[in-house]
Write a protein that binds this ligand. Structure first.
Ligand code: SIN
Length: 187
């Protein structure tokens, strides 16, 4: 799988006749909302957990010194809390470019806080993409994040803003909070 997923994503879903669709964000899509939306509400998805296992060569790092950003890893019984946006399909023209470094759109079931459900899309960087870095100890992930920076800014800002947004959502994310604690301990 090429690390540029724009063309792959364009072929993945047929939006003809679709007026709006739910998008689930669990990483920077929670706090960097640079796209129009029709509605926004907290939601969660089941069976997935957030991990800083994806390399960032284009936003929070460089090809020579990639940063680390989150993707979702399958884990039976896990719940991942994030933010859902109801968007018109043309928003994906922008988001496919933003998420091009390895993320593919997948269909998922979103559960809102009132228990209601909807089908939606989520960007996931699977382990067969070229930018996937995989598992590492939380302290090593924090050290890599501490030094990486790219066109979208410091990798540490991505981590700290995500951790703050998750707290604001009341989301439990042991992994994110542990990497954040390692980063702050080393600062
Ligand atoms: C997401 O936020 O849903 C995808 C990963 C990212 O852009 O950080």
């Amino acid at each position: 799988m090429s690390s540029n997923t724009v063309e792959h994503n364009r072929r993945r879903h047929d939006f003809s006749g679709v007026e709006s669709i739910w998008l689930f964000g669990y990483g920077s899509l929670i706090y960097k909302v640079d796209f129009p939306y029709l509605e926004q509400k907290p939601a969660s998805i089941q069976g997935w957990t957030r991990r800083f296992w994806q390399g960032s060569h284009d936003h929070r790092g460089t090809p020579e010194a990639p940063g680390r950003v989150v993707t979702l890893i399958e884990q039976p019984g896990a719940t991942c809390k994030g933010m859902a946006y109801r968007v018109s399909p043309n928003v994906f023209e922008h988001l496919d470019v933003r998420e091009k470094n390895g993320y593919l759109r997948f269909t998922t079931t979103l559960t809102f806080d009132d228990g209601s459900e909807a089908e939606g899309l989520v960007y996931i960087a699977t382990e067969d993409n070229e930018a996937f870095l995989g598992r590492a100890p939380d302290a090593a992930i924090a050290r890599q994040i501490a030094t990486a920076t790219g066109p979208s800014g410091a990798n540490s800002e991505y981590l700290l803003r995500l951790a703050d947004s998750l707290r604001a959502l009341g989301a439990e994310c042991t992994h994110t909070f542990s990497v954040e604690a390692c980063l702050k301990a080393d600062a």
